[in-house]
Design a protein around this ligand. Structure first.
Ligand SMILES: Nc1nc2c(c(=O)[nH]1)N[C@@H](CNc1ccc(C(=O)N[C@@H](CCC(=O)N[C@@H](CCC(=O)N[C@@H](CCC(=O)O)C(=O)O)C(=O)O)C(=O)O)cc1)CN2
Ligand SMILES: [Zn+2]
Length: 771
């Protein structure tokens, strides 16, 4: 019999129950016991959904209150002393690492949070000390959750992040020099112990994720796999469970030499056949003689219904070579990146609704495909027929095709990608026009999205207040936000984005070619979720999207007002893109829509325009080479096409939030933006050296403080950061700004932090103007 498997299920619950509970706990409105009880309720509900869908292999330990990598950090006791010394409860120590803590005399920033591969999920980066040791926690969570499921009558397959990925995804703590992978020998005994404890609890198989296997790995990391898996495979069977080694988001063929030896001794090997179906033959060739193939055929990263005919064919071709007993039908990755259930969507029109499958529906898909290949297609005839009908309806739908858009794309000429003059001449004109001081201060766009803003928007969406009332409310918010910027003495203002639910969803809702959902939330980090709009057809802009608010803001502001747009690549990546047209085509359509918006903003008197591209790096193919170059070429072009329509005197800003920009520095430089703001506060200022090495000519604002945490950075701390930056950047090149937008913060800490930031900038301004 061919079994079906899910690699991980979303944690938030049907109505973002986990988000609500954790936030209530943080706000002292829910007790620890109640939060833990809610977690338990959600886990049971999610296991049951998968069981009812007919899934044979259901994951456990995929649940986390904040992040699954953070769970491992705590479980292995890789907790920096600045957190452990306070003797907080396990749960509070965990949240302190995830989001920082400034309470009862404790003041610690969070650990760094970075992108999980090429997704919009963020994990907490393991942070190691030179004298790092590891120790398995008492009553480890994977064992506890396995038993919890077992008590409910569901035997699960626990999921662990593998030791090599855990180390490779981590880093040395600030001022430490340890190479994470050198800690492998110290870490392995902890994994061995954990596997043994899981086996004792009754776990027959364990899924061990080594997603870093899809990267081009440095030799040190490649060499680590053999000893690691020799050790772990030795525990297998005797005192430990069978190991299912899982990879996802890419192909692994280039790493076969390291997989060949030790890794083929694992019980099963999982590969992503959605991203790379062509790797199937090679993978089959390289499997150990008894090893089972877990075929990831149901997309864990998108919401399109599975093409079951294709999946059945692919799985059949594996079965022909391996036999039914050696194949598992699985999701390509964890379903963490998909929304909970399509059932929640009462407002989606029925034509498109039948094109989609969310996590709950995908669980059924793996079960149906497994049954089709086990008992023959006739055993799931009606499901396969319904699936084929949906596929066909989508392929022939009029909604996907807009000839006007195609015509416009075809009419794009080369000159449309370039600004009129080069930067030096643009800068002269911008200087005259904007009259900014040295070390100009600004923010990244959003100000706190207060409960009141959300409530008013919700009332407007439900029709409880009129469009006019809502508009008046937004105008008042904009005025308040400007008054605060006056008080803070910032230099370039923003309107605060109060009208936006999200920087991508807001634009998706205003463009043709998109549909959007009401409850399809996906976790982005911690308790924060996004509701990605869905690209179903050719994209165009029927009317201006942001001009009204920016123009109003400029009219009540005495300083330059920065217009705020989300760039084409970020709009694409943080939506669910269509899978029937290449992403470069979708990006180009978005770029043209945004170009019109940029030009309209300028015409409305907005002379500083920021086009955010935080997802540009995330879209970079995981392996270097042709694919990457190709991506960068169309991604950079899309940005340039969206921004190059303005006059020289209009200043184009762009914003990036992630820290690893070294490996695609040339792409950021190629965007030709006048000013860049980049997230930086959690990384070593040394990384800024690339700007010297590459003789970067334009202007930059490396973030001076972290915005993901409520902690207020003291003025001295910010000064130290700026001092460090000045070792790498010229004073007249440097802007002073936070890491990112402030929408997730409260007003109190926002004002305090910005006030310290402005004071620090003023300090350097006066220091350098005297010099
Ligand atoms: N798409 C996207 N990806 C991103 C970012 C981003 O800003 N957007 N930033 C980076 C970090 N990731 C982030 C992801 C989400 C949020 C965030 O703030 N999300 C909000 C939801 C934003 C939103 O869409 N809000 C809607 C809906 C709000 C809501 O919950 N409404 C209530 C009703 C109102 C109430 O009573 O509160 C409901 O629907 O139940 C709105 O404001 O209109 C949250 O989780 O709290 C922040 C950063 C990277 N990736
Ligand atoms: Zn940002």
């Amino acid at each position: 019999m061919v079994q079906s498997a899910v690699l991980g299920f979303p944690r938030m619950g049907k109505l973002r129950d986990l988000k609500k509970a954790t936030e209530a706990y943080w706000g002292d409105k829910l007790s620890k016991e109640d939060l833990l009880a809610e977690g338990k309720r959600l886990r049971l509900e999610h296991w049951k959904i998968q069981k009812d869908a007919g899934v044979d292999i259901i994951p456990s330990n995929d649940f986390a209150y904040y992040d699954h990598v953070l769970d491992h950090i705590q479980m292995f006791n890789a907790i920096p002393e600045r957190y452990s010394k306070h003797k907080l409860s396990t749960l509070d120590e965990y949240f302190a690492m995830g989001r920082g803590r400034q309470k009862d005399g404790i003041d610690v920033p969070s650990l760094e949070m970075v992108k999980w591969f090429d997704s919009n999920y963020h994990y907490v980066k393991p942070t190691f000390q030179d004298d790092q040791t590891f120790k398995l926690s008492d009553d480890p969570k994977p064992v506890r959750h396995f038993l919890e499921a077992k008590d409910a009558g569901i035997v699960t397959r626990p999921v662990l992040l593998g030791p090599v990925s855990f180390l490779h995804l981590g880093k040395a703590d600030r001022n430490q020099t340890v190479d994470p992978i050198s800690l492998l020998d110290k870490l392995l005994p902890v994994y061995e112990q954990l596997l043994q404890e899981l086996k004792k609890a009754g776990a027959e198989t364990v899924q061990i994720d080594e997603p870093v296997l899809v990267f081009d790995l440095p030799s040190k990391i490649r060499n680590a796999f053999k000893p690691a898996y020799e050790k772990l495979c030795a525990v297998q069977g005797s005192s430990g469970p069978q190991l299912v080694l899982a990879t996802y988001f890419g192909d692994v063929v280039h790493n076969f030499d390291i997989i060949d030896s030790a890794l083929t001794n694992t019980y099963a090997f999982h590969v992503d056949l959605v991203r790379h179906p062509e790797q199937l033959d090679k993978v089959v060739e390289h499997l150990g003689s008894k090893q089972i193939l877990s075929a990831g055929v149901v997309d864990g990263r998108n919401i399109w219904k599975n093409n079951m005919k294709k999946s059945v064919e692919l799985v059949e071709s594996a079965i022909q070579k391996l036999g039914k007993e050696r194949v598992i039908v699985a999701t390509s990755s964890s379903l963490l990146h998909t929304p909970h259930t399509l059932d929640n969507e009462k407002n989606l029109d029925s034509e498109v609704k039948e094109w989609f499958a969310f996590a709950t529906e995908k669980a059924s898909e793996v079960a149906v495909i497994a049954k089709a290949v086990t008992d023959g297609p006739a055993s799931v005839k009606s499901e396969l027929e319904a699936n084929a009908k949906g596929m066909n309806n989508r392929a022939t739908s009029k909604r996907t095709n807009n000839p006007e858009v195609k015509k416009r794309v075809d009419g794009v000429s080369k000159d449309m990608y370039e600004r009129k003059s080069a930067f030096p001449s643009r800068y002269e004109q911008q200087k005259d026009h904007l009259k900014l001081p040295l070390f100009p201060t600004t923010t990244i766009g959003s100000f706190p999205q207060t409960k009141d803003i959300r409530i008013q928007r919700n009332r407007f969406t439900k029709g409880e207040i009129t469009a006019e009332e809502y508009e008046k409310f937004i105008e008042k918010e904009i005025r308040d936000c400007i008054a605060i910027q006056d008080e803070l003495q910032l230099d370039v203002y923003v309107h605060g984005e109060p009208e936006r639910n999200d920087m991508v969803q807001y634009f998706g809702e205003r463009m043709d070619g998109y549909v959007f959902t009401t409850h399809a939330w996906v976790q982005s980090y911690g308790s924060r979720c996004v509701r990605p709009p869905i690209v179903v057809g050719d994209i165009s802009r029927p009317a201006p999207m942001t001009v009204k608010e920016s123009q109003y803001a400029a009219s009540v502001s005495k300083k330059p007002m920065k217009g705020m747009l989300t760039g084409p690549i970020t709009c694409l990546r943080w939506s669910f893109p269509r899978d029937d047209v290449h992403q470069s085509v979708q990006a180009m359509q978005l770029a043209l829509a945004l170009r019109d918006e940029v030009v309209d903003l300028e015409a409305a008197g907005i002379y500083v325009i920021q086009v955010d591209e935080p997802a540009l790096r995330e879209g970079l193919p995981l392996r270097s080479g042709k694919e990457r170059e190709n991506y960068l070429s169309w991604a950079v072009d899309s940005f340039k096409l969206s921004t190059a329509g303005v006059k020289d005197s209009t200043q184009i800003h762009s914003h990036f939030c992630y820290s690893e920009f070294q490996d695609f520095f040339h792409a950021i430089a190629a965007l030709d933006a006048d000013v860049l703001s980049i997230e930086n506060s959690k990384s070593d200022a040394k990384l800024l050296k690339v700007f010297i090495d590459e003789a970067y000519p334009r202007h930059i604002g490396p973030g001076v403080y972290d915005i993901h945490s409520p902690r207020v950075p003291p003025e001295e701390e910010i000064k130290t950061r700026i001092e460090e930056m000045l070792q790498y950047l010229k004073p007249d090149q440097l802007w002073i700004n936070p890491d990112c937008g402030l929408k997730t913060r409260q007003w109190k800490e926002t004002k305090a932090a910005l006030s310290n930031m402005v004071a620090a900038a003023q300090f350097f301004r006066s220091k350098y103007s005297k010099a």
